[in-house]
Write a protein that binds this ligand. Structure first.
Ligand SMILES: NC(=O)c1ccc[n+]([C@@H]2O[C@H](COP(=O)([O-])OP(=O)(O)OC[C@H]3O[C@@H](n4cnc5c(N)ncnc54)[C@H](OP(=O)(O)O)[C@@H]3O)[C@@H](O)[C@H]2O)c1
Length: 265
């Protein structure tokens, strides 16, 4: 399939087998994009691809891949090359938070999370940006989090990794915007998905009221609309925007104390 010839637009979405990534697949398909869906769980991806094709008549390809494999980016590159597929939009969404403090987690566990949250999205941006430049258009959404602004959690590298995503995205946006490529960080707050289940903290967080949680479909819809209108940073929802503002203006001493007392807002 060569989408440059038939003039169709394709979005590559990582972590499309559940939560925010699955919601992004639905939004982009609804807007007429073809999709390339990447995650490890093949059956989930294939089921989603079939549903999208049935609903929208677009082309939905799947690539079941562990993005932490050492040659994962090469595998994505050869998948694209083999099909002469141009990526018009990229959503770097795959991620998880390791629920272990620094010295409790093994180095391999930390390394894997850092790789998935930092190296993989950066490498995928690098992989597709040249093609976007040649086409004179492109959209990149890198999923960060309001955690990028929040107090640290003892021994967790997640906030630092999401902060990297924020800075990396802004740097790329400054370079690529003149070529009509919009790069945007998306910062959701608490979102209903499999994220907290994977972390093993779903029960623990059940005390948080419903109004604090957003639906992944809304997070993705806001993300799509944000990048299309040229935002470079989008924080989902009023409550999350208020929290981020509070974190921005909070003296570091207070943030540090909140981290020490493990206060989650
Ligand atoms: N939920 C929240 O409250 C929240 C808040 C802020 C930011 N975020 C961010 O939003 C993004 C999406 O998370 P979510 O909430 O939608 O969680 P989720 O439902 O757990 O989705 C995570 C996705 O990442 C994929 N993934 C994980 N490890 C992978 C690997 N090694 N290779 C390929 N794919 C992998 C998973 O697919 P497979 O298991 O099939 O591989 C799944 O599709 C993450 O970057 C997360 O940090 C979430």
């Amino acid at each position: 399939m060569n989408n440059s010839i038939n003039n169709r637009k394709t979005v590559l979405i990582t972590g499309a087998s559940s939560g925010i990534g699955e919601s992004f697949a639905k939004v982009f398909a609804e807007k007429g994009f073809d999709t390339l869906l990447i995650a490890r769980r093949k059956e989930r991806l294939e089921k989603l691809a079939q549903e999208l094709t049935a609903a929208h008549g677009n082309v939905n390809l799947t690539l079941a891949l562990d993005l932490n494999e050492t040659d994962a980016i090469q595998k994505v590159a050869s998948f694209l090359k083999k099909r002469r597929l141009h990526v018009d939009a990229l959503v770097n969404n795959a991620g998880y938070a390791l629920p272990k403090p620094f010295m409790v987690g093994s180095w391999d566990e930390h390394k894997a999370m850092i790789n998935l949250l930092i190296t993989v999205p950066t490498a995928l941006c690098h992989l597709v940006a040249e093609g976007m430049k040649e086409h004179g258009q492109g959209w990149i959404i890198n999923v960060s989090s309001i955690a990028a602004f929040a107090p640290e959690f003892p021994g967790s590298l997640y906030n630092a990794a999401k902060s990297y995503v924020l800075h990396m995205t802004e740097a790329l946006d400054l370079e690529l915007r003149p070529f009509n490529i919009n790069c945007m960080s998306l910062c959701p707050g608490l979102t209903s998905s499999e994220f907290h289940e994977t972390m093993g903290v779903k029960e623990f967080l059940s005390y948080i009221p419903k109004w604090r949680w957003m639906e992944s479909d809304i997070v993705a819809k806001e993300g799509y609309e944000g990048v299309m209108r040229g935002e470079h940073l989008l924080i989902n929802g009023k409550v999350n925007r208020a929290l981020v503002n509070a974190f921005k203006f909070m003296p570091n001493k207070i943030k540090y104390l909140m981290g020490k007392k493990q206060i989650i807002l």
